[in-house]
Design a binder for this molecule. Sequence first.
Ligand SMILES: O=C(O)c1ccccc1NCC(=O)[C@H](O)[C@H](O)COP(=O)(O)O
Length: 263
Amino acid sequence: MTILDKIVIRKKEEVAQAKQVVSVKQLESGLHFNRDPYVFKDFLLAPDRTGIVAEFKRRSPSKGIINDRVTVEEVTQAYAAAGASALSVLTDVDFFGGHADDLLAARAANRIPVLRKDFMIDEYQVLEAKALGADIILLIAAILTPAEIRNLSALAKNLGLNVLLEVHDQEELQRSICKDLDAIGVNNRNLADFTVNIQTSFELVEQIPDEFMKISESAISAVETIKDLKNAGFNGFLIGENFMKTTNPGQAMRDFATQLISV
Ligand SMILES: O=C(O)c1ccccc1NCC(=O)[C@H](O)[C@H](O)COP(=O)(O)O
């Protein structure tokens, strides 16, 4: 069994429990339910932003604890001030040490799009994402059928949310593309065995239709890589560990963004 299989099994239990505690009706009366989400594309393409989707990531299955000494408010505000186009906030508790409260805190502290980074398998989680104030949801092709992707993305669109589809190879991409997606992310990390290879992005970028924003995800640690990814056609760059492993992730993002201007 891969880590992804384990995460999905746990996620099904979590969603079933959550439905017992908070009804769909209660979600729909939630704090942020009627808020208009930010448009992801506008922030990715804004000339005064970097295209970086900066992630708040306390720990991960591949690395264990990355940083448990910083707060979501201080880090995400510093990311936004340093030119992040969007924030990625992990809400998975068991495998990433995240929490729904992290998303609420990031939302309250910032005025740029926030991605709910989780393993979405049920419509309930999409409603939750909206209630928590997310602007973007992630759909991972490796854990969803094409029909599930169509249904979850259609619901997200109805709620005004942006949809980022994550793929790892050409087969996932071709079977998963549908009309309600806004962005397609190529994950350079193989979620089954944790190996990382930035070439995955370069190999897949030309297969992604131009109507979608193109995001390269994971294992990005050099400004030169961003330059190469931009030249290859990517609009966005999801970066977590490279910033979070430092004592001051916001400053690490600022230094990175400053170097980006000169490459
Ligand atoms: O990061 C992991 O170990 C991981 C394991 C299993 C499923 C997902 C995982 N990560 C989620 C991500 O995609 C990354 O957090 C994100 O792309 C940022 O990656 P990085 O810059 O390498 O932290």
